[in-house]
Design a protein around this ligand. Structure first.
Ligand code: GH3
Ligand code: MG
Ligand code: MG
Ligand code: MG
Ligand code: MG
Length: 316
């Protein structure tokens, strides 16, 4: 028996869940050596609008995971499979992805029941016993996806700034310190850039705090548009942003931040028929010093020099 006799409640479950499922762009990876099981699970998951991709064993699953384009949120895995079984797959996944980043649900057949505690110890999030109903699959998958969403929200609240959505200081140091260590080991220089809006108090005083906030959000937007995804950008204070860049030459740093400076100089934000424009000053430290904190301090000194020398300029 693959599916338990499923009463009409399935229709109700699908309706309820489709209503609460916020993320329609979620991909689930089904790992099973049985084509029939993969098909059954695919049909269940597609009923709640999930994208489904399939692997026939653990190795195939790991290969699909390595391709970042697949953006997998949740894995449903069988236990017994050729090449790499479900338990080894779970172990290997947890060396790279934490429980709150990628969910694993074990679909456990009779032979897997006695290894279920091992699965959980290795970091599986949940398990479903065979035979299962469609209803069980759908509701269990949904509640695991909801939990992962919640973890995402908590992570964002801890790491991001509420006004702009940029990373905060805490995240900057967490992530920046590992970048610093890696580059120090390889002896490759880093750059820290500190950006601050010029005469920002005037904007607040003239147009009010709300428009000041819009001006701050605009900084985040323009930086996003001009930085690479590998650059680490955070809002450090009121109207001050800090950026850590790797794999970049001094020459390219100068070109990049001069281009960004010019973007602000040329930019006019139109808010309810009020035209706002402002400039920024940038202080940069390039190379290596004793710590990330020290590099930030030195970029701050460069920023101070940029302000003293008349603002709207890049100082290295
Ligand atoms: P300078 O060119 O020397 O940087 O001059 P400035 O006026 O920009 O000076 P400063 O950097 O000291 O001013 C920062 C101001 O930013 C002071 C504070 O009232 C304001 N501010 C801080 N946080 C926020 C915020 O979240 N929203 C708004 N609208 N204003 C903020
Ligand atoms: Mg199997
Ligand atoms: Mg200042
Ligand atoms: Mg300022
Ligand atoms: Mg400031």
């Amino acid at each position: 028996v693959i599916l338990k006799n499923d009463p009409s409640s399935i229709k109700f479950a699908v309706k309820e869940i489709s209503r609460t499922l916020k993320n329609y762009d979620t991909t689930v990876l089904v790992v099973d050596d049985s084509k029939l099981f993969r098909q059954i699970l695919r049909e269940c998951l597609e009923k709640i609008k999930l994208n489904v991709i399939e692997a026939t064993n653990g190795q195939e699953a790991l290969d699909l995971l390595n391709n970042k384009e697949n953006k997998i949120s949740l894995i449903l895995t069988d236990y017994e499979m050729p090449i790499v079984n479900g338990l080894d797959l779970t172990f290997k996944i947890r060396e790279k992805y934490k429980k709150d980043q990628l969910g694993i649900i074990v679909i456990s057949s009779a032979e897997a029941q006695n290894v279920i505690s091992k699965f959980l110890k290795f970091g599986a999030n949940d398990f479903i016993n065979k035979p299962f109903t469609e209803n069980e699959i759908i509701t269990r998958v949904n509640s695991n996806l909801e939990l992962l969403d919640l973890f995402d929200k908590i992570r964002d609240m801890a790491n991001k700034d509420f006004l702009t959505g940029a990373y905060n200081r805490r995240y900057f140091f967490d992530s920046g310190n590992s970048t610093y260590s890696k580059n120090k080991r390889n002896d490759t220089p880093l750059a820290v850039a500190m950006i601050d809006i010029d005469k920002f108090k005037n904007i607040n005083d003239t147009y009010g705090h709300d428009i000041g906030d819009i001006a701050i959000k605009e900084v985040k937007k323009i930086l996003d548009e001009n930085l690479r995804t590998s650059d680490l950008m955070a809002r450090f204070g009121g109207e001050e942003f800090c950026i850590l860049l790797e794999d970049i030459s001094l020459e390219n740093i100068k070109v990049l931040f001069e281009k960004i400076r010019k973007k602000f100089e040329d930019n006019v934000i139109d808010i309810n028929a009020t035209a706002i424009s402002y400039t920024i000053s940038t202080g940069i430290y390039f190379g290596f010093s004793d710590s990330l904190e020290d590099m930030i301090r030195l970029s701050d000194e460069a920023l101070y020099t940029a302000k003293e020398s008349g603002r709207n300029r890049v100082e290295i």
